[in-house]
Design a protein around this ligand. Structure first.
Ligand code: FMN
Length: 166
């Protein structure tokens, strides 16, 4: 059985709540960690890494990722599958919606990992997102401030997209 670790950075609790929700919805056992208490070596124990960050500033990473991501990007993650998730606000930050997912992907580009869980965006209202690439969202983008009624369906779509790798 693959070991699944869910690692999140969250400033006001939304991505933390989302991580717990994902753990419940996965049809598999998973451990959940706040990256504020983690170093890169903690993540190496897992085959599947679900990495979450909210987006702050104008399209920036949640601050706890700023030290961990460069460390993680130097590790050999070949053979590992990485799924991305996070919270943003598509009304107030419509041009940088959930950009943090794209920053994590960029930071791990040379690590040898395989990214999983992209899906076609449906019923989103943002203008632009660096996390939409080649017509697909590269991971689970959630807007708890304006579209919380869509959260469950979006989690479901993302988990289905990752399922073959879980
Ligand atoms: C000052 C500030 C800047 C923000 N910048 C962005 C942004 O660029 N893109 C985005 O999608 N959301 C942005 N947000 C919205 C947060 O990502 C959103 O509130 C999220 O749910 C916070 O998640 P957390 O509690 O897990 O940190 C911003 C919020 C604030 C208050």
């Amino acid at each position: 059985m693959k070991k699944i670790g869910i690692f999140y950075g969250s400033s006001t609790g939304s991505t933390s709540d989302l991580a717990q929700k994902i753990a419940k919805e996965l049809n598999a056992e998973a451990n959940v960690f706040d990256i504020a208490n983690c170093s890169a070596s903690d993540l190496l124990a897992y085959d599947v890494l679900l990495l979450g960050s909210s987006t702050w500033g104008m399209g920036d990473l949640q601050s706890d990722w700023e030290t961990l991501l460069p460390e993680l990007g130097k590790q050999n993650l070949s053979g590992k599958s990485v799924g991305l998730f996070g919270c943003g606000d598509s009304a107030c930050y419509s041009d940088t919606f959930c950009n943090a997912l794209a920053l994590i992907k960029e930071g791990l580009e040379g690590s040898g990992c395989t990214f999983i869980g992209s899906y076609a965006p449906k019923n989103y209202n943002y203008d632009e997102s660096a996390s939409e690439q080649d017509g697909e969202l590269i991971g689970l983008c959630i807007d708890e401030s304006n579209e919380s009624d869509m959260t469950d369906e979006r989690i479901d779509t993302w988990i289905k997209a990752m399922q073959p790798a879980l």
